[in-house]
Design a protein around this ligand. Structure first.
Ligand code: MEZ
Length: 534
């Protein structure tokens, strides 16, 4: 139920619905997209970026909030930690307990390595859990990895590292079989074939889903597998610095118990960073669809030991974050809502774009509609546009919403909004870190030996914009890949003397450059305490 102030606009939307369903909105030309992005996409807002003064990406621009973390003080000095008697010793240390970390741990374990997961919250407290709409894989007769590659390469502005993207799409069908084998219940037709849908920028229907809780279903299965294998999981314990050995190879991490702040040392032959994204950095003041722990920690850990970043200036603002009611401000409204036929409509009931343009273009188009065009709806938290969900029932028949996106239906039902009958208000929300640590196709960073990265902390798989469903895919493909290769590298590794000299060297560089900062990193958790004026 919407209050009185929305009624006039709601009437316009419902009056235009039949016409809007029938119309086929035009696709934008490449030039129109370029111009739109340059003017309205947050990545192009120069005033929101700083140039890094320190580290391997010196001279590159990144969001102010990330620059502050990358150029911050460590939480420790090298002398705070005794590296001579480690608390844990393992072959493969996995930092992060989400989809990428658990996939890596399972494969490293399968390869016979001694493996351990450390996570600052609990296993499964991760963006994977919150992914809704599905996972891409070209496994239908009218599709192929090559077509999947072309869609994703174009959607990412032709910037993806080709060998990474090629691996992503070629390994996708097997990733689906692997997940199915472990017990993931994907949606299927009565004859057992997978139900697949489109996402923004896909030329074939290749989105496999478990209704609209695909990530939760995948995470449930991976977590069970880790537990069944007896892989040790150290929870509520964060990695706060990586440890190198005297030949410069990654050789473990300094851990901090999140409750007692006790410092612990984990020595390892190889390390996998699988720490996820950065939505809780709230770049440019945006709300986020991300998990509470998404604070770019992996980028900081890697950067301090000299690992390079790729495309850290590119973020994904999911076009449809919930804009009303306030309690769910920024929460994900899955793209699947548009895959099922709902269109984006302005306050006058006009469809203003094709609903399945790529995410960056869709987000920019919504921002334009609400800003210079003045066609947004005031919500009290800013402006928003309508996502006309009742169209789904008109197109797919009664019951489609309950069957295909039940979690979305329930989320709004709690606030008295029946999305089968009423549209919902949406605005872009910070969703995904396109950039991250630069890796080779074996999952190892390009310049720190034995340091592997998987999942959202990687940069370059998707280029400068990611298509829907390619993130659940990359955590599986590159998580497994990192686990296999880290286990292999561990077999040939003899760890030298452990050192944290890079921590002191980084601190000296901050001082030598005259960088004035009180910030410490990694951030670990967002700070939502209200600041009281002195
Ligand atoms: O890949 C994603 O980010 C995804 C599936 C999100 C969604 O809209 O459901």
């Amino acid at each position: 139920m919407y209050s009185e102030k929305y009624q006039e606009s709601l009437s316009a939307v419902s009056a235009a619905r039949a016409k809007n369903i029938a119309m086929e909105p035009e696709r934008m030309t490449a030039k129109q997209k370029e111009d739109l992005l340059a003017e309205y996409h947050p990545d192009y807002k120069a005033s929101e970026f700083s140039v890094l003064e320190i580290g391997p990406n010196k001279g590159d621009k990144v969001p102010h909030e990330l620059a502050e973390m990358l150029q911050a003080h460590s939480r420790i000095k090298a002398s705070d930690v005794d590296l001579t008697s480690p608390d844990y010793e393992t072959d493969v240390l996995v930092i992060g307990g989400g989809g990428a970390g658990t996939s890596a741990a399972i494969e490293a374990h399968e390869a016979g390595a001694d493996v351990m997961i450390v996570t600052k919250l609990r296993m499964g407290d991760a963006n994977t859990m919150m992914a809704e709409g599905g996972i891409q894989a070209a496994d239908k007769p009218n599709d192929s990895p090559a077509i999947h590659f072309v869609d994703a390469f174009g959607g990412g502005h032709f910037a993806a590292k080709r060998e990474l993207l090629a691996k992503l799409v070629c390994d996708a069908p097997e990733a689906i079989s692997w997940l199915s084998g472990l017990g993931v219940e994907f949606d299927k037709e009565a004859d057992g074939t997978m139900v697949t849908t489109h996402g923004g920028g896909t030329s074939r229907k290749r989105m496999h889903a478990a209704k609209d809780y695909s990530g939760a279903e995948i995470m449930r299965t991976l977590r069970d597998e880790v537990l069944n294998r007896g892989i040790p999981v150290i929870d509520f314990t964060s990695a706060i610095e990586l440890i190198l050995d005297d030949s410069g190879k990654a050789a473990g991490a300094v851990l901090m118990n999140m409750e007692t702040k006790e410092l612990l040392v984990a020595k390892a032959k190889t390390v996998i960073i699988a720490t996820g994204g950065a939505g809780r950095m709230h770049y440019q003041g945006f709300p986020t669809s991300n998990h509470y722990g998404a604070t770019a920690d992996g980028l900081v850990l890697g950067y301090r030991v000299g690992a390079k970043l790729l495309y850290a200036e590119t973020l994904q603002y999911h076009p449809t974050g919930a804009a009303h009611p306030e309690q769910i401000f920024g929460a994900l409204v899955t793209e699947k809502v548009r895959s099922l036929g709902a269109k984006l409509v302005n306050r006058n009931g006009e469809v203003f774009m094709h609903p399945l343009e790529t995410r960056d273009v869709t987000a920019a188009s919504i921002i334009r509609e609400c800003s210079t065009r003045g066609n947004g709806i005031e919500t009290g938290n800013g402006t928003a546009v309508w996502l006309d969900t009742p169209m789904i029932e008109e197109i797919g028949g009664e019951g489609t919403i309950e069957k295909r996106i039940p979690a979305m239906m329930r989320m709004f039902e709690k606030y008295g909004i029946d999305i089968r009958k009423e549209p919902i208000l949406v605005y872009p929300t910070l969703h995904y870190q396109n950039g991250g640590l630069d890796i080779n196709v074996n999952g190892m960073t390009t310049n720190v030996e034995n340091l592997f990265v998987a999942g959202e902390a990687v940069g370059g798989i998707h280029g400068k914009n990611r298509l829907m469903g390619n993130s659940l895919l990359d955590i599986i493909v590159f998580g497994r890949n990192a686990g296999i290769n880290a286990a292999k590298a561990a077999k040939d590794t003899v760890v030298g003397t452990l050192t944290l000299s890079h921590v002191d060297a980084f601190e000296k560089e901050i001082a030598d450059l005259g960088i004035k900062t009180d910030a410490v990193s990694p951030k670990l958790l967002p700070d939502y305490t209200r600041k009281v004026n002195a």
